[in-house]
Design a protein. Structure first.
Length: 135
């Protein structure tokens, strides 16, 4: 297993395709990657098997998005590696005294996964999951 902080649009496209996500162009995916705060990819034998991105303003808000794990690698801890690494990157790049809210809008049935990754779910307050990071 190898963790990378830069992935290609072609690898992103292939991983999206493996889970049946709507096809978009590699040009659009390259733009999305370039405009991300952080990108984490997990490779096995030079094949991207899991990834995720964080987008936001780098100060107050971050949003976890495109958390994808290839079907052959699901339920083996790869998604948790991605989310944990994204949260670590956000916290490492904060200034002392900063407080940032990281959110995710999980799909149906994924809330327990994000809770296992350390995020909170309080449906009476908001729909998604979140975690406050302080440095």
């Amino acid at each position: 297993m190898k963790i990378s902080y830069k992935i290609s649009a072609d690898d992103f496209y292939s991983l999206r395709d493996s889970v049946g996500w709507k096809n978009v162009s590699t040009t659009e995916l390259a733009i999305a990657l370039d405009n991300s705060m952080y990108v984490v990819g997990v490779y096995e034998n030079d094949t991207l098997v899991a990834m995720g991105r964080m987008v936001g303003d780098k100060v107050f808000k971050g949003l976890l998005t495109d958390i994808i794990v290839s079907p052959d690698y699901q339920n083996k801890g790869y998604g948790k590696i991605v989310v944990t690494e994204l949260l670590k990157l956000a916290q490492e790049n904060m200034q002392v005294g900063d407080l940032m809210c990281i959110e995710a809008a999980p799909t149906s049935g994924n809330i327990p996964f994000y809770v296992k990754c350390g995020m909170k779910h309080n449906p009476e307050e908001q729909e998604g999951v979140y975690i406050w990071l302080r440095k």
